[in-house]
Design a protein around this ligand. Sequence first.
Ligand code: FCB
Length: 477
Amino acid sequence: MSTGNEDYRDAGLQFPDGFVFGSATASYQIEGGVHEDGRGPSIWDTFSHTPGRVVNGDTGDVADDHYHRVEEDLDLMKSLGLHAYRFSIAWPRIQATGRGPANQAGLDFYSNLVDGLIARGITPVATLYHWDLPQALEDEGGWTNRATAEAFGEYARIVGEALGDRVAVWTTLNEPWCSAYLGYASGAHAPGRTEPLASLQAAHHLNLAHGLAIQSLRSVVTNDPQYSVTLNLHALRGDGPTGPEAVRRIDALANRVFTGPMLHGAYPADLLEDTAANTDWSFVQDGDTDIIHQPIDILGVNYYSTTLVRVWDGTGERESADGHKAVGVSPWPGADDIEFLPQPGPYTAMGWNIEPSGLEELLLAVHAEFPDQALMITENGVAFDDVVSTDGGVAAVHDPDRIDYLRRHITAAHRALEAGVDLRGYFVWSLMDNFEWGYGYTKRFGIVRVDYDTLERLPKDSAAWYASLAATGRIPD
Ligand code: FCB
């Protein structure tokens, strides 16, 4: 029984030995160097260079210039005492067109990164796909095309052969929900398509890619890593009498479309019924769900806020405050009768409601459904409009709101742990400010500030707070 602060503002809670405190980033968001060493274009290069897609026309061309500053960034992580670093590998650095022989220079970049982590005592946690699909594969249909999943299996084998003696945790996909529905239904993310059927096909091919990648990795790695996938499971709450039905519907589209085949070995029957007007799911071939249903060691959970739903009564304007960038087209195929309601604040700079209890609820719900599955919070964090102050001539970012957000969510994680959830770690999003997709550089999630003119890194107060947590395993005062 946890009896803590009712606002989740606990201090002094002790995490068990071995609980991992890390930070996370993604290739396109930090690397820059988009033309270096044989990297091919990804769908995010194309998308960000298309006028009107990203706020201010921002692109990842330079981003944090991590590609050229990797040693400095490794030292930064070491100075913060991070236990682990979750990074992603840019597929178009490894295969410029998504097919064919490996580009050695691309592999060398990540091999050097992994060595640099290990040399500093930081555990490498590698994600194979954090949204930067080679553009050449999109030109053939992208994730609507089954061949993309097969190509991904081959890419996983190449990367596994190169790094599969050192990477400790492999994650196949980051948030396939975003890839499928924001990429192919609402078009808020690359490749920017607005085809409801395509989004469901994409979801299936992403699932298949996950299964094929785990099989490939297992066949080539030489150490004893853990395998995982990271999902942005939606923490759903229902409003009023139709709340439970709306929760069931969105739970199917957002969560069970992935956990069903990955962890139970089948698509949920209600999902197939709910989307019958969009598709008969004939793109799911015999044997696919067996491929997708691979044992995994860790399920990665990304959590930022809650989602409140009800069935729309058809009058007035349908609310669509689902937290995903508003572009006028719904990311929810077959759910035009579901409303996403605005929620009480406080809010982050993304407009997301701050609700740490949602994280505790989500972890408990996942644990109840999959009691033997170890979990890891692979992303949690917050964007605020940080201000640089120069007290006493020294530049600093005092970000008490971010510290408060982290404290409350890490308290929620601790409560879940005490309630029996097999939770292995927590990764703050993000190590440093970076390219926040459709919002460009306007949203700062880092515990380290990046000055986009000079590219200088400046640890915020939250970085010191997090370093203290990582050093002691105890939530600081
Ligand atoms: C997640 C993404 C990550 C970052 C955070 C804020 O959906 O995985 O890249 O953009 O949101």
